[in-house]
Write a protein that binds this ligand. Structure first.
Ligand code: PMV
Length: 362
């Protein structure tokens, strides 16, 4: 599919009002996206686990108005929120070509997260995918053609992901589960424009994979991911890094099919450290890990060696640690987290999550 396929050609402008609601999850990348071209086109392919419980719920109520400008109000956890407005304004500007009805309506956007506010967990993936899905449901209500074929279901998901990408790149991987690939590559079915559900074989070792998110630092990031992505322009190691991501995705595809947990750990941890190595070697350089991030990583390595475990870590663009492990190790690993790792979490906070199946219409 191309961008042109996502332009809504005609719609029924007589519909006066309505309301739609979606809940959409966060995701955690195994092969990381870091570096983008114009219009949120990734420099390299990425693959992520969709999460189950870290979600944003968004309800959009739309009311007909005179067509002049964008008009919307945002409520975050019940309170009117001005801080999110510029981001949504930019989002609407980026997607208007594909959704020409946006100026015909006033939108009341009510949103809340299942994870604690200011937990340091990026809510842009779940937040942007939830609003993209709401807008797609509105588009469907306004569209003359209503059909429930597989083709229209795929179009709905692809366009929702396409729109979410224009809000925040990694958000395009939050529409479906359990694994989603984004970025053109030779190993899997893929697109630069939207996330595609990974259709390769997945060994039972990876079913219901666990993700315990250890909240090391709940503060604002010193460097936003927008700035971080830009620093990959002219980065001395960019070319190698982008090509490494292609190789890692190809290897991971084989690992997911074979169930080789030891090989999985190597790729996932190497990807996390490479992401942070890119930050440390950009100009200007920066470090998002905190001392407790390193303490946790070292404890995980000790535990893995001593218990012949398959526990591993990954990191986003921040200090928090995602601890990944197979369901079969759940009881032991949570014991370990409680006894050894909680001490390194801010106020002892961590979130227990696992791989999920994607967004849901409510
Ligand atoms: O979606 P963005 O622009 O916030 O970028 C996030 C990138 C990482 O989370 C660091 C990696 C990834 O692939 O999710």
């Amino acid at each position: 599919m191309t961008e042109q396929d996502f332009i809504l050609k005609s719609y029924n402008s007589n519909i006066e009002n309505g309301s739609v609601k979606w809940s959409s999850p966060s995701n955690i990348a195994l092969v990381k996206y870091w570096g983008k071209k114009e219009h949120q086109i990734p420099e390299n392919p990425s693959i992520s686990f969709t999460l189950s419980d870290c979600k944003t719920t968004t309800e959009v109520t739309y009311t007909k108005k005179e067509n002049k400008d964008f008009s919307f109000d945002i409520y975050f956890e019940g309170e009117q929120n001005e801080a999110f407005k510029p981001k949504i304004q930019t989002f609407f500007e980026r997607i208007e070509t594909y959704m020409p009805f946006l100026k015909d309506y006033h939108f009341k956007i009510e949103t809340s997260n299942t994870f604690p506010h200011s937990s340091g967990i990026a809510s842009s993936a779940s937040g942007m995918s939830a609003i993209a899905l709401c807008l797609m449901s509105i588009e469907k209500e306004l569209s003359a053609i209503q059909n429930e074929s597989e083709e229209s279901h795929n179009y709905f998901n692809n366009k929702a992901s396409f729109l979410a990408r224009l809000g925040s790149g990694s958000a395009c991987r939050s529409i479906e589960g359990e694994l989603v690939v984004w970025g053109k590559n030779e190993s899997t079915e893929s697109s630069d424009l939207y996330g595609v559900k990974f259709e390769g074989d997945v060994h039972p070792n990876f079913h219901e994979y666990q993700d315990a998110i250890l909240l090391v630092d709940k503060g604002e990031k010193q460097v936003s991911s927008t700035v971080g992505h830009k620093l990959m322009f002219g980065h001395p190691f960019a070319k190698e890094r982008f090509s490494q991501a292609h190789h890692n995705l190809a290897k991971l595809k084989v690992i997911l099919a074979s169930g080789d947990l030891k090989a999985f750990v190597k790729i996932v941890e190497s990807e996390a450290l490479t992401l942070h190595a890119m930050m440390m070697t950009s100009m200007p350089y920066f470090i998002l890990m905190k001392p407790n991030t390193l303490e946790i990583i070292n404890k995980i390595w000790e535990y893995r060696a001593e218990n012949d475990s398959n526990i591993c870590f990954t990191l986003d663009a921040g200090a928090n640690v995602h601890v990944l492990f197979p369901k079969a190790e759940k009881d032991q690993v949570y014991e370990f987290i409680k006894s050894e790792l909680v001490a390194y979490c801010q106020n002892g906070h961590y979130i227990c999550d696992s791989v999920g199946k994607g967004a849901k219409r409510l």
